[in-house]
Design a protein around this ligand. Structure first.
Ligand code: F6R
Length: 238
């Protein structure tokens, strides 16, 4: 595992620079991206790098990490709404493909199975860290061999949908790329910022792995890089 710690003032530029480098090295990059608040400054910085001509998403395939089930199309908390507003729609040339999750399918389990196919052969997965140790919507209790699937959301995730992301109703379920797909990707990045994530980051990286903290399984990945700001890394023994 590589641990990259930077001051909050330059953290996003550091991650964006790495991403631009991956895109430049492999224009056909297949990349799985999260929403949430953590990657927002990274997406801002990437958009600026694309505008400067440092990289392009034109040949890339973007696979969405997760989606709420039960929120109407266009809901401000929807992951497809957010990734388009924060990244995709700001690019001068769209990615070659964008695979969002069809959470409006009356059979969400079937939509999850279809997305599991898109989530294979990923070059890079980018993840945020939930305060309860979740990764995507792989909530506590998830296992390393879980595929992309329909899941029941933890209470804290339901509350976050409304309180933090402005959902118009409380979702109780979601679809998430499973740990099996995340662990088989070519490279895995975990993005963590802020003092409130310090305790769970220490749990994920320095205490025994286990289903109570799905992020702890990421240590099995042979090419895991954790990008943390100084506040989030504050409790790590380094
Ligand atoms: C979002 C996602 C979630 C978030 C996590 C952290 O697509 O998969 O697992 O990454 O809840 O959220 P923020 O970044 O808002 O603290």
């Amino acid at each position: 595992m590589d641990l990259v710690v930077r001051p909050g003032s330059v953290w996003a530029e550091r991650v964006a620079g790495e991403l631009a480098g991956r895109l430049a090295a492999r224009p056909s990059l297949r990349i799985c991206l999260p929403t949430g608040d953590t990657p927002v400054p990274v997406y801002d910085a990437v958009v600026a790098l694309v505008a400067d001509g440092a990289c392009s998403f034109e040949g890339a395939t973007v696979v969405l990490l997760d989606e709420w089930v039960g929120l109407p199309p266009g809901d401000p908390a929807r992951c497809d709404t957010r990734i388009r507003a924060q990244l995709i729609d700001r690019l001068p040339a769209p990615p070659a493909a964008v695979h969002v999750i069809d959470a409006d399918d009356p059979w969400p389990g079937a939509a999850a199975a279809r997305h599991d196919v898109e989530a294979r052969n990923l070059d890079l997965v980018v993840l945020g860290l939930g305060l309860n140790g979740h990764i995507g919507f792989n909530e506590p209790g998830s296992r390393p061999d879980d595929p992309t699937r329909l899941v029941r959301l933890a209470v804290s995730s339901r509350e976050a949908a409304v309180a933090r992301y402005g959902a118009t109703r409380v979702p109780t379920a979601g679809i998430t790329v499973g740990l099996a797909r995340l662990l088989e990707a070519g490279e895995c990045w975990l993005l963590v910022t802020g003092e409130r994530k310090a305790r769970i980051l220490r749990r994920a990286l320095e205490e025994p792995e286990g289903p109570d903290c799905p992020a702890s399984y990421l240590r099995r990945h042979p090419r895991l890089t954790v990008f943390a700001d100084e506040a989030a890394a504050g409790l790590l023994r380094r």
